[in-house]
Design a protein around this ligand. Structure first.
Ligand code: AHG
Ligand code: MN
Ligand code: MN
Ligand code: MN
Length: 334
């Protein structure tokens, strides 16, 4: 028997058992894996289906929703609804939280926050896109779960991860016991363990930022970019600039090769563009568990107070040394 370890086997057998879960979290991760396979199927043939382009609607973010945004959102919500293991879904694509009212889900103990399709601007040009998910335990005691169950600090996450629909499709997640990556084998329809115990290099030579916004960046970010570009053989500079426009893809590359991803506040996005609940917090949990660092330039992302569902935050995330260097420039030290 070859030594394939599927996501299902890993979750059940390899995962450190949780004192508080009797398999619910395992089934919840299974439900996410199922939806990811369904979305992957559509992403892979997007060019052949009527699933490219705009859905003709605008989401709460004021973004024009792409057909695949809507499709992915529907698939994840329906997989989570039929799985019965979560009582609320909070999605980038929905203004309010979605309470799952089925008899089973009403007493479910988990909340899922999700960016169903990250990097939507890349769908029509065949550049990798992703899905980001974050899982919390329900904290409310009232009969109905509500927003307070979602607006929890990132440190309270019990699991988080992402799917990247790229040259291969991977699911990468953590439950606070390290980070493991699974690659989808389409021939058997299973996510198979391919990247056990992922660790981000302490430093790297890749910086990811949309330099088109340079003139609007905070002074510390401008100086850090200049630092990345100055020749210094000893510290392997100038670094390489790599920016895909899908945070999941930029982050996944940096997780494997080392690097820093920055989305600071800009004129157009005074609090930053990326959303704390379903982009920054889950990816910060993964990167910290892989030995990296994630802040808003000053404070740890996972410690930030969460006051609104679609709250945004600047984010500096990746290899420790690189994020700390960028923070030094933000603090006015060279
Ligand atoms: P989403 O597609 O879920 O709205 O997220 C897009 C985000 C993120 O994936 C990416 O890093 C960033 O937007 C790119 O923003 P800019 O085009 O402003 O650089
Ligand atoms: Mn969007
Ligand atoms: Mn996104
Ligand atoms: Mn999205």
């Amino acid at each position: 028997m070859n030594n394939i370890i599927t996501l299902g086997q890993f979750i059940i057998e390899k995962q450190a058992q949780f004192p508080y879960a009797k398999g619910e979290l395992s089934r919840l991760l299974r439900d996410i894996g199922i939806a990811a396979k369904i979305v992957n199927r559509e992403v892979n043939k997007a060019g052949l289906m009527d699933i490219l382009g705009s859905a003709g609607s605008t989401n709460i973010q004021g973004e024009s929703q792409q057909k695949l945004d809507v499709y992915a959102n529907t698939q994840f919500i329906s997989a989570l609804t039929s799985g019965g293991e979560c009582c609320i879904v909070a999605s980038e694509e929905n203004e309010d939280i979605i309470r799952i009212d089925s008899a089973v889900s009403k007493s479910a103990r988990y909340i899922v926050a999700i960016d169903p399709l990250d990097g939507s601007s890349n769908i029509d040009v065949n550049v990798p896109v992703g899905t980001i998910f974050s899982i919390y335990r329900r904290i409310s005691k009232e009969s109905l779960p509500g927003l307070p169950d979602v607006l929890q600090k990132g440190t309270e996450q019990v699991a988080a991860g992402y799917i990247i629909y790229g040259s291969s499709t991977m699911l990468v997640y953590t439950t606070g016991h390290g980070v493991n990556g699974f690659t989808l084998d389409p021939s058997i329809g299973e996510f198979c363990l391919s990247h056990p115990q992922m660790k981000i290099p302490e430093t790297g030579t890749i910086y990811s930022i949309n330099e088109g916004n340079y003139v609007h960046f905070p002074e510390g970010v401008k100086q850090y970019i200049k630092y990345c570009q100055v020749e210094d053989v000893k510290s392997c500079r100038p670094y390489s600039s790599r920016y895909i426009g899908s945070m999941v893809a930029d982050l996944h590359r940096n997780l494997i090769k080392g690097g820093i991803f920055i989305y600071p506040n800009t004129a157009a996005a005074p609090s930053g563009k990326l959303r704390l609940v379903y982009e920054c917090n889950p990816l910060a949990f993964v990167v910290e568990q892989a030995g990296g660092r994630a802040t808003n330039g000053f404070s740890r992302i996972l410690d930030l107070e969460v006051n609104q569902l679609h709250q945004r935050s600047p984010i500096f995330i990746g290899s420790n040394h690189m994020v700390m260097k960028a923070e030094a420039f933000m603090a006015g030290n060279k």
